[in-house]
Design a protein. Structure first.
Lengths: 163, 172
C-alpha cells in the first residue's frame, strides 16, 4: 500500500516536475526561484491529508499563487530600493522597453491572470480551468477574452514606447 | 504546446500576442535529491500540522470542560452536628459573676456543661466572699468548744469544696 503510493508519487514527480518548473521559469527571474516554487507546490500537494483528484491542476494553481506572491515581494523590494536610491526610473524603463511574459501577465488583474496562466502557459483546456477556479466555462472564456484585450493594449503601448 | 484555435477566435496568425502567449515549451529537470527532499518536507509538515491540530483540539476541549465542571452543582453536604452551641457560650461569661455567688444551687440549675465550665472561674470569688460569713459562724464555737466546730463542718460541706480554704484562713 505504502510502496504503491510511493511509486505513484515518484511517477507523478517525474512526469510533472520538469514542465512545472519550466513553466515557473518563464514567470520568474532565475532557475533557483523556479525550482523553489515547483518544489513548494509538490510539498503542498503531498502534505495534504486528503487526496487530490486533479494533481496537475492543483500543482499549477498552487504554483501560480506562489508566483504571484513572488511578484508581490519583488515589487515591494523594488519600491523600497526606489525610495532609498536616486536611480529610480532605470528598472521600469527597461521593463517597458522589453515586455516579458512575466510583466505582461503581471499587469493583469488577479481574476484574469490565473486563467491566462493556466490556459496558455500550463496548456489546460478551458473545461479544466473552469473546474479548478470554480467558475463557469463561459466566464472563463470571457475572462480570457478580456485578458487578451488588456495584454494587447499593453503590448501596443510598449511597442509604441520603444519606437 | 496546445494551440487553442477553437477557443481563441481573437488570435490571428500575425498577432504579436499569439507569439508571446505561446512560448516554446520549457523544461527544468529537478536537481539530484530534490524528490527525496520534497517528500521529507511534506512528511514533516504533515506531522507538524497533526501535532498542531491535536494541541488545538485539546485546548478547545479543556476550554469546554473546565467551565462546565466548575459550574456543575456540588454534591449535597451532609449536615454536621455542631459540637456546642456557639452563641450562649461566648456572651454570658460576664453576667454569671454576680449571680454565681449563691453557689451550688445555681450550678445545679445550669443548662449546659459549657456554661458551668465558664461560670466556674466566676465562682472563684465565692470562697473569698464566704470567709466573711463563715468566720462569724465559726468564731462563736471556737471560743471554747470543739463540738461547735464539729457542728459547723456539716454546713461547710453543704456549701461545697471551697469551704476548707476559708476555714484555714480564719484559723490563722
Amino acid at each position: 500500500m505504502k510502496g504503491s503510493r510511493e511509486k505513484a508519487a515518484s511517477e507523478l514527480f517525474a512526469a510533472l516536475y520538469p514542465s512545472l518548473a519550466g513553466w515557473c521559469r518563464r514567470l520568474v527571474d532565475d532557475d533557483g526561484t523556479a525550482h523553489e516554487i515547483a518544489s513548494e507546490a509538490f510539498t503542498r500537494l503531498w502534505s495534504r491529508w486528503t487526496a487530490v483528484a486533479e494533481p496537475r491542476g492543483f500543482l499549477y494553481v498552487t504554483a501560480a499563487n506562489l508566483v504571484r506572491d513572488h511578484w508581490r515581494k519583488l515589487e515591494r523590494e523594488r519600491r523600497a530600493v526606489r525610495r532609498a536610491t536616486a536611480e529610480a526610473a532605470v528598472g521600469p524603463r527597461n521593463e517597458q522597453a522589453d515586455p516579458s511574459v512575466r510583466l505582461l501577465v503581471q499587469s493583469l488583474p488577479g481574476r484574469l491572470r490565473v486563467p491566462i496562466l493556466l490556459h496558455y502557459y500550463a496548456d489546460m483546456p478551458i473545461r479544466e480551468v473552469a473546474a479548478l477556479t470554480g467558475r463557469k466555462e463561459g466566464t472563463i472564456k470571457a475572462d480570457l477574452h478580456a485578458a487578451r484585450e488588456l495584454l494587447r493594449a499593453h503590448l501596443r503601448r510598449s511597442l509604441d514606447h520603444t519606437l | 504546446m496546445i494551440t487553442h484555435s477553437d477557443d481563441d477566435p481573437d488570435f490571428g496568425p500575425d498577432d504579436p500576442l499569439a507569439v508571446i502567449m505561446r512560448p516554446p515549451a520549457e523544461y527544468l529537470s529537478p536537481p539530484p535529491g530534490r524528490y527525496e527532499a520534497i517528500r521529507r518536507g511534506a512528511a514533516r509538515r504533515r506531522l507538524l500540522r497533526a501535532a498542531a491540530g491535536t494541541a488545538v483540539a485539546c485546548a478547545v476541549g479543556a476550554l469546554f470542560v473546565l467551565p462546565l465542571r466548575s459550574a456543575a452543582p456540588e454534591a449535597p453536604v451532609s449536615p454536621v452536628v455542631p459540637l456546642a452551641p456557639p452563641s450562649p457560650a461566648s456572651s454570658p461569661p460576664a453576667e454569671p459573676t454576680p449571680s454565681a455567688s449563691p453557689g451550688p444551687a445555681d450550678r445545679g440549675s445550669g443548662g449546659s456543661g459549657l456554661g458551668d465550665r465558664t461560670s466556674a472561674p466566676s465562682t472563684a470569688p465565692v470562697p473569698t466572699a464566704r470567709p466573711s460569713g463563715v468566720p462569724t459562724f465559726t468564731r462563736v464555737p471556737s471560743a471554747g468548744q470543739d463540738s461547735a466546730t464539729a457542728t459547723a463542718r456539716p454546713s461547710a460541706a453543704r456549701t461545697g469544696a471551697a469551704v476548707p480554704t476559708p476555714a484555714r484562713g480564719t484559723q490563722r
